[in-house]
Design a protein around this ligand. Structure first.
Ligand code: GYE
Length: 306
């Protein structure tokens, strides 16, 4: 009896975990680094990973999650493209007794028993840091006209980064957001929307706040094509701190980037193992991040991992 029980225990501990992960897409440098982190750390943790790319469409993510339920994976994890509209599929996972871990982006659901934990950044705080950098470092006098490139409509980082930034700049009424539109977190869209901003407002624009580096990098191109100097004629603030942003800062074209760490893989694998082992997890696991202005870019660049 004892021996049998011990063997059963060993088998349970050794059983390979299968994790189904529904990724947002491949829209940015951040996302590419995030996907790499998840694949790499699954391998290192000995977890079998089923991975799908939703091409930034919620319906594709829902389909992927349903297929993971049908395949009876041990754990489902996903980075929800938008905040709302998840109740039904999360209830299906719960009914199938498959635990769900959220990574990177949050959902808005009334019943928080629909997921085990949410691992990711504090996007409101990132927006505040961007706003604080602006208030502390802006040199010019008079009104400050800001244009904003928002992330994907309805996504947690777009909503939160907007709110955090506005909360801080409200303290000084001369800082005004004169235009705000989505660039869907991509370079191509960031460039396109910045072109429209420049057409409408021209030299009135003092500052660009982009919800991610890729959109800022796209916008830098638009600004140069309009004959203006990015980083000088227009002060540029963005979020993520990917390598492309460091290159732009070293070239003097981007003024600051607020860090958002995409390397969530190791924490996710740890959480997946813990939940399968029946351990309790905190409802919220926050990642640690910094702020990098242009002046430190060259020195920091060799240390960057994504
Ligand atoms: O900032 C952006 C990506 O959800 C934090 O998504 C992530 C955001 C990131 O496309 O570059």
């Amino acid at each position: 009896g004892l021996l049998l029980a011990a063997t059963a225990g060993v088998q349970a501990a050794d059983k390979k975990i299968t994790l189904g992960f529904a990724q947002v897409g491949a829209e940015s440098e951040w996302r590419t680094a995030n996907t790499q982190s998840i694949k790499q750390s699954a391998k290192e943790a000995g977890i079998t990973l089923k991975f799908s790319d939703a091409q930034q469409k919620q319906e594709n993510q829902i389909k992927a999650i349903r297929s993971y339920i049908a395949q009876k994976v041990d754990v489902i994890a996903f980075s929800p493209v938008v905040e709302s509209g998840w109740e039904t599929v999360l209830q299906e996972a719960k009914a199938a007794k498959i635990p769900v871990i959220l990574t990177d982006r949050a959902v808005s659901v009334k019943d928080d028993s629909l997921y085990v934990t949410f691992i990711g950044s504090d996007f409101v705080e990132e927006g505040r840091r961007a706003g604080k950098w602006l208030l502390d470092n802006y040199k010019g006098q008079g009104d400050v006209n800001i244009v904003e490139l928002q992330g994907t409509v309805g996504s947690a980082p777009a909503i939160d980064r907007k709110n955090g930034f506005e909360e801080v700049i409200k303290a000084q009424p001369r800082f005004k957001i004169i235009r705000s539109q989505t660039g869907d977190f991509t370079r191509a869209k960031g460039k396109e929307v910045m072109e429209a901003f420049l057409k409408a407002e021209g030299k009135k624009i003092n500052v660009l706040y982009a919800h991610n580096d890729d959109m800022a990098i796209g916008a830098i191109q638009a600004i140069e094509e309009a004959g203006l100097k990015p980083g000088k004629d227009i002060i540029i603030i963005s979020i993520d701190a990917v390598k492309g942003a460091f290159e732009a800062m070293i070239a003097g074209k981007l003024n600051v980037t607020v860090e958002c760490n995409p390397q969530l893989g190791p924490q996710l694998m740890e959480a997946a193992k813990a939940v399968v082992a029946g351990k309790q997890l905190p409802k919220r696991i926050v990642t640690k991040e910094g702020v990098f202005p242009m002046e430190v870019a060259a020195k920091e660049f060799p240390n960057r991992k994504y």
